[in-house]
Design a protein around this ligand. Structure first.
Ligand SMILES: [Ca+2]
Length: 245
């Protein structure tokens, strides 16, 4: 393909970007407001960063929640951006080749290619915008997955504490592959939460009893009396259950 054909082809691909591409509906997902919500990006700088993407049809409210910060760039649109990136690279190479032409032909050559390259440079900016947007959404989703996984694990531990289930792995220390420290730290964390909730009032007797069980459990755990330690923590958790919240 000669230079004229290449440029014509590249410009044709660029014009495709002006076409708003149809979007496909996402798979059905849980929409209830449960768990840790993804911390999607926000702020005036962020708004400025993505401001042009909706106009290109690259960032649309596909889930209908009225927000764009939770959306990935349209994949078809991104594919077209990538298609244009190839010819742009060729044009950039052509600019370098212009330097091999004696003056004043080199400047004329470079000027002609720069003029052609302008829309492609804009395209490169859009690629960067979409890359950042997709990265922001990925990061928010990963954070939410991490937090919700911790919530699910904590809930599972609490269900065992609720019934004082003597699950062996929950009694053994982490040094041998057990989860006793997780149980202990979760129980201690719940005590702290209860104390914070009682800041405006004296700590109730049941909370004090729970803290005693934490101390006793810690002592037994240090003495490698793992079953007794778990039983203390479990009993302490029972005191929290009856705290009247
Ligand atoms: Ca949305």
């Amino acid at each position: 393909m000669n230079t004229r054909g290449l440029v014509a082809s590249a410009v044709g691909v660029a014009l495709l970007l002006t076409v708003v591409l149809p979007l496909t509906a996402g798979a059905a997902s849980e929409q209830a407001a449960v768990g840790f919500p993804p911390p999607f990006p926000s702020g005036t700088s962020y708004d400025a960063l993505i401001a042009t993407l909706p106009g290109f049809g690259l960032l649309l409210d596909t889930n209908g929640d009225g927000k764009l910060n939770d959306e990935y760039c349209d994949t078809n649109g991104e594919a077209n951006l990538a298609l244009v990136a190839g010819p742009y690279a060729v044009i950039q190479a052509g600019e370098l080749a212009c330097h091999a032409i004696p003056e004043p032909g080199d400047d004329l050559c470079a000027a002609a290619l720069v003029a052609v390259a302008v829309p492609f440079q804009a395209n490169a900016i859009v690629i960067t915008q979409c890359g950042l947007q997709d990265g922001f959404v990925d990061k928010a989703q990963v954070r939410a997955s991490f937090e919700n996984t911790k919530h699910a694990i904590a809930s599972g531990l609490e269900r065992n504490l609720l019934n004082c289930n003597l699950v062996v792995s929950l009694r053994l220390p982490q040094s041998v592959g057990g989860r006793a420290e997780e149980v202990r730290d979760l129980f201690a964390f719940r005590i702290d939460q209860f104390e914070n909730a009682h800041q405006a009032a004296p700590a109730p007797l049941r909370l004090s009893k729970a803290k005693i069980q934490l101390t006793n459990g810690d002592a037994d755990f240090a003495a490698m009396k793992y079953r007794k330690a778990y039983e203390h923590w479990c009993l302490g958790y029972q005191y929290l259950l009856g705290d009247g919240f």
